[in-house]
Design a binder for this molecule. Structure first.
Ligand code: FE2
Ligand code: FE2
Length: 188
């Protein structure tokens, strides 16, 4: 099952329009390699790309833009295959925030045929960190969706941490209750 954060729709089902637009990408070995790396919080780069791709698709469809390019470009926009948290930037290379859009584009071009709009979406999704101006409305959409998804993923992680903490305290209370009951039983 593949779901975007906050959605209940199974995007792996071939009867969804979204799946029909990205089916050759979403199951591709190289795209699936993104499952091995964390992007934000506990969200993998693959899941992040699904989130961005799906909401890109929905918004562009709503705005009568090119929803197909939005979905495909979104799914490939972070196709760099390393953990950016631990990677040491090679001497003479820009840092990850600036360089990864170019890396993702080079990787995407190596495995897939991209049209001009998909290329622009991947190459400029980091605007304004990368100052090159988006050429298409679909690129403007991803510059916003990418950032909103990043925030949603971090908040989701915080919520998960709070729940884990609450579970931990419930467990401590439970153990202390058992200890008190055991002490009472010995005293009686
Ligand atoms: Fe990115
Ligand atoms: Fe991203």
């Amino acid at each position: 099952m593949i779901r975007a954060l906050g959605s209940k729709i199974d995007l792996s089902q071939p009867d969804t329009e979204y799946n029909q637009m990205v089916c050759d990408l979403i199951s591709h070995e190289v795209v699936c390699q993104m499952k091995n790396y964390i992007q934000h919080g506990r969200t993998t780069t693959f899941q992040h790309c699904v989130n961005v791709s799906y909401y890109n698709y929905l918004i562009c469809k709503l705005l009568s833009l090119d929803a197909r390019a939005a979905a495909r470009g979104g799914l490939l926009h972070d196709l760099f295959l390393y953990d950016w948290h631990t990677r040491v930037t090679p001497v003479g290379e820009h840092n990850h925030a600036i360089a990864h859009a170019g890396t993702a584009l080079a990787n995407a071009k190596m495995y897939f045929a991209l049209d001009e709009k998909e290329t622009d979406i991947i190459k400029k999704h980091m605007f304004p960190v990368n100052p090159a101006l988006p050429k298409y409305s679909e690129t403007v959409v991803i510059t916003i969706v990418d950032k909103v998804c990043g925030v949603m993923e971090v908040l989701d992680y915080r919520r998960w941490e709070i729940k884990a903490l609450a579970r931990h305290f419930r467990y401590i209370r439970y153990v202390k209750g058992i200890e008190r009951a055991a002490v009472r039983a010995v005293e009686e």
